[in-house]
Design a protein around this ligand. Sequence first.
Ligand SMILES: Nc1ncnc2c1ncn2[C@@H]1O[C@H](COP(=O)(O)OP(=O)(O)O)[C@@H](O)[C@H]1O
Ligand SMILES: [Mg+2]
Length: 297
Amino acid sequence: MNLGLIYKSLMEDDFKVLHTLEKHLVNREYVPLQLIEKTSGIHEEKLQLIVKKLQGLNLVRSETITGEKMFRLTYLGYDMLAIRALAKSNMLEAIGDRIGVGKESEIYMGLAPGGTQVAVKFLRIGRTSFRQTVRVRAWVRNKPFSTWYEQSKIAAEREFKAIKELISYKAYVPNPIGYNRHVVVVEYIDGTELYTRPFLEDPDKVLEKILFTLTLALHRAGIVHGDLSEYNVIVRRSNEDPFIIDWPQYVYKDDPSAIDLLKRDIYYIVKFFNKVYGTLLDPESAFDKVLKGVFLN
Ligand SMILES: Nc1ncnc2c1ncn2[C@@H]1O[C@H](COP(=O)(O)OP(=O)(O)O)[C@@H](O)[C@H]1O
Ligand SMILES: [Mg+2]
């Protein structure tokens, strides 16, 4: 079922249970029913029905651990809490279709109040499979075996703050709208990913704008993207502006790996342009220019 539909099917008490499971996440991943009852204040009979509903929607999973039935929040359940918080703080009004899926994220189309189209990125880092959960359940019982939700939360916050700073320097990144928990909301770019090799009127200009953004990142924000490729650039349909997306893995410029990553980012994208669009930029000199801040002039 579509995320938006799942969200709409939830009642106040459903959220109460999700919140309860989230609260307990700090100390334990699996929570017995009595504890949910105690924390949420919902009576057992009603609680049973709610939990069944949430399980049916895949927002909650159960497991029997040493004879006791326990419940935990899934990523989808965590998504619902984030969507609700974003909706309440007027950053999100509707969720539409999924427009992208990566190894550690899913991206949905959405609407912000006022009708702005947005891209909603749900980070999904470090969620071990159910099988693995069973294997390490001795530890799971009292403590999350991995802080999957924290890793995703940190990544979302990093991504939001990086693009927020970058946009203040007029870099080509999507406008950030907000974030909550493991979810980031940014302006939707109506365009084509560079990997689809869209026709470009002026490839030199597009490449220069990409290098300009990398220069601003390095010299103003003090960061290096670290995962630049034709998959992380969206070229806007209306004016060929190239937006660099997908920033959570950035490194600070004084990180020991920063220079190597910067070099890789630049060589990669310049070679792509040379090969696909026939530009004639020497990667070494592009790297040199970024280091010297030439594209800022
Ligand atoms: N702001 C955006 N506007 C339009 N499409 C986007 C936007 N952000 C992400 N996407 C789509 O989602 C895909 C994955 O987004 P990305 O941030 O690169 O996540 P991942 O970590 O999964 O690679 C992109 O390739 C693109 O198709
Ligand atoms: Mg990506």
